[in-house]
Design a binder for this molecule. Sequence first.
Ligand code: KIV
Length: 279
Amino acid sequence: MSAQRQETVRRLSTPEVTARKGGEPVVCLTAYTAPVAEILDEVCDLLLVGDSVGMVLHGLPSTVGVTLEMMILHGQAVMRASKRALVVVDMPFGSYEGAKEVAYANAVRILKETGCQAVKLESGPTIPETIAYLVRRGVPVMGHVGLRPQAVNVDGAFKAKGRTEDERARVVAEAEATADAGAFSVVVEGVAEALAREVTEAIPVPTIGIGASAGCDGQILVTDDMLGLFDWTPKFVRRYADLRSEIGRAARAYAADVKARTFPAAAETYFANARWNRP
Ligand code: KIV
């Protein structure tokens, strides 16, 4: 090592994210692949390997079909390519809602096989008990309340929450129970601003909003949505790029070059100028 002490880069920890409650906003995005994780790592506090990967990369109609193996594979890719951000991996539908012991075994598999620092669970009414069980055994947990995409078959559609007083009270109670159980932060998805603010005031850990207004302690978006990779953008997404058009433009230009035999040119051909290689 040189005389100058090398600066060690280390990841943000779950207590450091919790300590941001009410302070500097927590910047989060989803990541599923190594090249994208490497780019996002420079600017994000937290990278979520969301089970949205099933819809975004694998073309599934919902997150219900996502498996533990898919989450582990994408979690490994994101961990290999990042070094600063806290990496959280979603527990997929069916991997944590039954016996707490099964949830623990699956969470441990995710932590051990990916090296990530925490898992995320959608916090339905029975889940806080499981969250407490995991946290007490050394598994950091991020909760997820409001619109819970894994409950789509019960709800009938991806519907924003908090239209009725009952529903609002339920979301606040679930967030409180999730925080009481030891979650280090809670994603709040698809709720009106007043409810997002009520939840944020009610719990002592950061709320991370998606479609939940600026009233949260941090924000997360599905990266592919904000990059404009789909032809439809949900209301709550701001598009920071239009990669769908850009990819289409690049592919059309490539196809035209191949058809016109202008690609590959000499600069893109091995030994193009070597005398022994002249046809
Ligand atoms: O799976 C996911 O990407 C998520 C975010 C929408 C929070 O849960």
